[in-house]
Design a protein around this ligand. Structure first.
Ligand SMILES: Cc1ncc(C[n+]2csc(CCO)c2C)c(N)n1
Length: 228
């Protein structure tokens, strides 16, 4: 099956991540969302951890504002921080509130090791490196959920209780976010490396960051499944 077009850097990194990418986007947790078999307790466990994830993930996009070299990069990073803190997290708060879990409980939830490993890895990639190192570690999250949403919208059972989750990521608004992020990454590569990333000495390390973040996404789904 084809995948969405989020630009040429995404296509290269996605291909380079190979089996890890496949494991991420077709994980049993994702299949459980698609066919509705995912236990509610697993979903809630995932959502609570994901709230904490988004706190640190927002910090990583804030680092993007610091590492940006153009106005366009700065605007997109600042806009993403705003969207995360004021909108994306609200979705988690709403769903958890309906299950009797308060925002304070979410903010103070104990962080699992898989969760901590992922976000601190991304932050460290950004602190050690430049804007591209940070983007390579951030990209699997943004673009992976876009690809997952687009696929699930076409194949999900009509009666899955997770349709709202699927529609959030499959919807035009989120797909546009992915295209904008993909185009911004292509421009950032062009500016710092030129038009042939695969021939650059930086290619290997950027790919390693992208692949590692992808594997940490797989670990995050595994963690979600354990919350049954
Ligand atoms: C573990 C984990 N990975 C990816 C996402 C997806 N995601 C995180 S922030 C965001 C908005 C755009 O930056 C999206 C789609 C998630 N929620 N949790």
């Amino acid at each position: 099956m084809s995948y969405p077009d989020y630009g040429k850097t995404f296509a290269l990194w996605r291909e380079g991540a190979g089996q890890s990418w496949h494991d991420y986007v077709t994980h049993p947790f994702v299949e459980g969302l698609r066919d509705g078999s995912l236990p509610r307790a697993s979903f809630l466990h995932y959502l609570i951890q994901d709230y904490v994830y988004l706190v640190h993930y927002s910090r990583a996009w804030s680092l993007g504002v610091i590492k940006a070299e153009t106005q366009d990069e700065m605007k997109i990073c600042a806009g993403t921080v705003h969207a995360l803190v004021n909108h994306e997290m609200a979705l988690h708060v709403e769903t958890c509130a309906a299950a009797g879990i308060s925002e304070e409980a979410l903010f103070n939830a104990g962080e699992t090791t898989e969760n901590l490993a992922y976000t601190r890895y991304v932050l460290d990639a950004g602190m050690q490196g430049d804007f591209l190192d940070l983007m390579a570690a951030l990209a699997p999250c943004v673009l992976g959920y876009g690809e997952i949403g687009a696929r699930l919208a076409q194949t999900a059972s009509g009666d899955t209780p997770y349709m709202q989750w699927i529609e959030t990521y499959a919807g035009d608004e989120y797909q546009e976010v992915c295209r904008t992020a993909g185009a911004m990454i292509d421009k950032a590569v062009e500016r710092r490396i030129g038009n042939d990333l695969s021939a650059s000495p930086r290619c290997e390390i950027l790919q390693a960051r992208y692949t590692k973040a992808t594997q940490l996404e797989v670990g995050f789904w595994d963690m979600g499944l354990r919350g049954q």
